[in-house]
Ligand binder design. Structure first.
Ligand SMILES: Nc1ncnc2c1ncn2[C@@H]1O[C@H](COP(=O)(O)OP(=O)(O)OP(=O)(O)O)[C@@H](O)[C@H]1O
Length: 585
């Protein structure tokens, strides 16, 4: 499907409006030829022929037609604008829906700035094409054809001499088009890089300031800015090479018409009125030729934007978001059966290697291990953010791949390591996964997450807006709101990824106590660096370089006197020999 057929799929919902607009364009093109003909009549009959009584009717007709044409043109311009805006509305909806469908894999490989460039600059290039370029192309073609037809009836040889110039114009526009497309594509890519740079700088503004690297950032920006400018100038250079020629050739039409037309009049082969009428049609040949260069540029910009947008819309998520017909309450038994996993961009490196364990409802699985050992990756497999490269993740005994993704995720709540809260009220943030819950439930969850205290001490309490539009929160406060958000979902499987890393030990222990009652029937995953966070777990996995090197309860692992025991001793400030495992159980 080419780009025109593709965009027509959005515009065809407005078929009747499009037909009406086309009708108006035709009507306008037909009416356009009347005034020059009337001007010719005016010269021949009124000025030369002395029929003065025709002056007023001809003038009135000319004014009336001009007014009517202006109204018609305004109407179809508005119709095209509406078709463009409505089509773009639907396209943006599709793009946003696609963004929700795409998985971690897509976001791992796509810059935010690039997505933003597609959502803004590219969609605008398409709107401009639908709303403006299309009718200008149609007008240009129609006016040209009409002019050729009418001029041919007035004086065929003169018309043919003028039209002889058009192949040159055609060749020039073809050449320009071929040179312009790659440049527009490069401009678009450069814009995306510039966008990404600004987006990253704003996101990382605290780091930039803390490291006093403003100058470095400006330097980096200057490079991208220079690149963007240079590519725009390259494109302008192409226009500069071709547009004057296009303009020049279009301008020769006036000279040809005057010289040749004058000769025909002198020789008596053409009336003065016909020459005036002919002259009146000249702009209808002229204008499309002059416009062709600009229109080609806009068409190329449209094509470059289509490539990027269609590329995103055609991207298939490896794990498509499938919704289930009915809701399913899973019980929460999670089994890893010899699971290995590698990221798609480096399939040779296993991030998880032959991991096996089972944890059931009401149980807690603690995951401990040095940084980068694969703890987060492991829990990401539970929520099917990725699928194993070998082995299987079973939920209630059924392969996770066989659940509709939405159905599975509706039963899982995660508190992620990188806490993200929406720029909204605290209340709405907590209720994000379960919007129908009431205030008292929200408060109850916040109490368990030890967040109620600091929330109620804020002047606006639960109605406080946080994030970009509102107050800032400390790292520990954000973690606790994010924990309350996960709890409010009342999931069968609760995953806590380093959830209490930013709160003090006393608060952590308070939260753990509160959680006990709530997680009675849930399967809970706790990723932590502190032994104190996982010591009460029913099963603890000790991870190293993607492998589970030890697993068991706290007591069993201490008795093993292996890695877990070493970590335990280090965290207590003891050396291996001083600690008597059983003594601390
Ligand atoms: N999107 C990704 N693409 C490629 N490699 C990745 C990606 N995300 C993580 N990794 C790699 O996978 C490994 C495991 O990462 P993971 O986040 O699971 O570790 P972790 O044990 O949770 O670490 P931490 O305790 O620091 O959070 C790391 O070596 C990391 O570099």
């Amino acid at each position: 499907m080419n780009h025109y057929q593709w965009i027509w799929r959005y515009a065809r919902a407005y078929k009747s409006k499009s037909l009406l607009a086309l009708l108006f364009i035709f009507l306008n093109a037909l009416l356009i030829i009347v005034n020059p003909l009337l001007a010719g009549e005016l010269v021949d009959k009124v000025i030369d022929g002395g029929q003065d009584d025709l002056l007023v009717p001809i003038l009135a007709l000319m004014i009336g037609i001009t007014l009517f044409r202006t109204t018609i043109r305004y109407s179809y311009q508005m119709l095209f604008e509406r078709i463009g805006q409505n089509s773009l509305f639907a396209l943006r909806q599709d793009m946003y829906r696609k963004l929700q469908e795409l998985d971690f894999d897509f976001f791992n490989h796509t810059r935010v700035g690039d997505i933003m460039a597609r959502m803004t600059g590219d969609t605008d290039a398409i709107r401009h094409f639908v709303s403006w370029v299309t009718y200008n192309i149609l007008e240009s073609i129609l006016w040209f054809v009409m002019a050729v037809a009418v001029m041919g009836t007035i004086h065929l040889p003169l018309m043919l001499s003028l039209v002889a110039v058009t192949p040159i114009i055609f060749i020039l526009t073809q050449k320009m088009s071929r040179k312009a497309f790659p440049l527009f594509f490069q401009i678009r890519e450069s814009f995306s890089r510039l966008n990404s740079m600004v987006e990253e700088n704003i996101g990382g503004n605290r780091i930039v300031k803390a490291f006093a690297r403003e100058d470095h950032e400006i330097e980096k920006f200057t490079k991208h800015n220079e690149d963007f400018k240079r590519r725009n100038l390259d494109s302008a250079a192409v226009s500069r090479t071709y547009l004057p020629w296009l303009d020049g050739f279009a301008g020769t039409l006036n000279a040809i018409a005057l010289v040749l037309g004058g000769l025909y009049v002198i020789r008596g082969e053409m009336s003065m009125g016909d020459l005036v009428a002919f002259n009146g049609f000249l702009w209808m040949l002229n204008m499309p030729m002059r416009m062709s260069g600009w229109l080609i540029n806009d068409v190329q910009r449209f094509s470059a934007a289509c490539v990027k947008i269609r590329d995103m819309l055609d991207t298939e998520a490896r794990i498509p978001i499938t919704a289930a017909e009915e809701q399913l309450r899973i019980k929460g038994t999670v089994t890893f059966d010899d699971v290995s996993f590698a990221f798609s961009d480096d399939l040779g490196t296993d991030i998880l290697s032959h991991v096996s364990f089972t944890v059931g409802p009401g149980q807690t699985l603690g995951i401990l291990g040095e940084t980068g050992s694969g703890k987060t990756t492991l829990v990401n497999l539970v929520g099917r953010f990725y699928d194993p490269t070998s082995g299987a993740v079973l939920i209630d005994g059924k392969n996770a791949k066989n659940y509709p993704v939405r159905q599975l995720r509706e039963n899982i709540a995660m508190v992620m390591q990188d806490v993200f809260l929406f720029s909204d009220t605290i209340e709405d943030n907590i209720a994000f996964g379960n919007p129908q819950v009431d205030r008292s439930y929200i408060q109850q969850m916040a109490r368990i997450a030890d967040a109620d205290g600091f929330i109620t001490s804020m002047p606006q309490g639960y109605a406080t807006i946080i994030g970009e539009r509102g107050v800032g929160l400390s790292g520990g406060q954000k973690q606790r709101i994010s924990l309350a958000r996960a709890l409010a979902k009342d999931p069968a499987i609760l995953i806590l990824d380093d959830t209490t890393s930013a709160v003090d030990m006393e608060t952590e222990s308070k939260i753990q106590q509160e959680l006990l009652g709530l997680t009675e029937n849930k399967t809970t995953f706790i990723i932590a660096h502190r032994i104190s966070s996982v010591r009460d777990a029913d099963l603890i996995l000790m991870m190293e370089k993607g492998q589970v090197v030890e697993q068991g309860t706290h007591a069993e692992l201490l008795a093993k006197r292996g890695k877990y025991y070493d970590v335990y001793c280090k965290q207590l400030g003891l050396t291996g020999g001083e600690a008597n495992g059983t003594q601390y159980v």
